[in-house]
Design a protein around this ligand. Sequence first.
Ligand SMILES: C[S@@+](CC[C@H](N)C(=O)[O-])C[C@H]1O[C@@H](n2cnc3c(N)ncnc32)[C@H](O)[C@@H]1O
Length: 388
Amino acid sequence: MQDFHAQLRTLGELLLAYQADWRFLPFDTQHWPWPELAFLQDKTPDELEAMEQAALHALLDRHRPGLSPWHAKALPRISGPALALPERLAVGMGGRKWQQIQDFSAAVAPRLPVLEWCAGKGHLGRALASQGLTVQALEWQQSLCDQGQDLARQWQLDHQFVCADALAPDSGRWVKAQQHAVALHACGDLHSQLLVHAVKAGTQAISLSPCCYHLIAGDRYQPLSALGRQLDLGLTRFDLRLPLQELVTGGDRAERLRHKELGYRLAFDSLQRQLRGDDSYLPVPNAPKSLFSGDFASFAHWAAEKKGLALPAKMALEPFLAEGLRRHQKVRRLDWVRHWYRRPLELWLLLDRVCYLVDAGYQVRLGSFTDKAQTPRNALIDARKGDA
Ligand SMILES: C[S@@+](CC[C@H](N)C(=O)[O-])C[C@H]1O[C@@H](n2cnc3c(N)ncnc32)[C@H](O)[C@@H]1O
């Protein structure tokens, strides 16, 4: 059996030793923080991002010993015999979602009554109910519960929806010992809460694919495992976003638009510092994507209005745009270094959950349930008690 605790400890120590590489705000960093990596500033962000894996690992081995084995560490695939899921269940679902559901069902193959946590329309639960299992789906949006319940009726499945808040003080009452609790892409606190309830109830089987680690109520991540708490990294919500920042499915156009957005945002940041006479960062809310297909002036007027700033009609905006594009190149280089820790940080978060379950007496597997092309959030934590 793998020693998950040793992995959590080693990784935690590594992340703390190198925290100056990932615990900073690239947007708000004026100077290059690493003298020993000064040579990276001579490269364009495109050159850095195109660096071959072997060259990158040689660089890490030289300057960040111990990091390269974790940098792109793949999880072993957890799979099982495909279940005979009726194709009609795929209707109204994207192709990738359907593939995720087929792979997840085959990997976890429940035998006990199922509780699906944060079920949405209950796509996964419906697939499992089609195998003759009793499924209870917990979801807080009434419209999704109604749609899911209608489909269950239509296909005559034993699939009951409970419209309830997974974070309510009494939400543990839905979690029982003789159950297989499943959660596909339940965010931050939602899946942590399921783990806490399941451990308390002694739930026989738990299968979970976490996502959106940053969606937590508090300002800082509270580790679940005793070892995680002992080696607490003190992760902020900003830190918790890092594992989600890999772009696997965006494609070139999405990538170009994202770079344009960042350039505009940095240009506006320079502009707002001058307008306010205050050299500090001002968060600007999410903007409609269409704004980034237009020119900088439209975005600048939109953002100024959102922040209650008066933007003089005749103000020359080109110098700010030029400054923003320069800063964007710098941020991309800083981010490139930060992103060395995307995978290690996600593994640490996964291992914290795994160790919590191991400490509670579960036999746990940590792996992937589907290809990355289907979803970048393809990790699976599968925990069993006894012979569940
Ligand atoms: C990312 S979606 C995943 C849905 C589904 N498991 C899937 O993979 O298609 C997360 C779901 O959690 C639900 N949700 C969010 N907060 C919740 C809460 N406090 N209680 C119950 N459900 C919640 C959302 O409405 C949404 O349907």
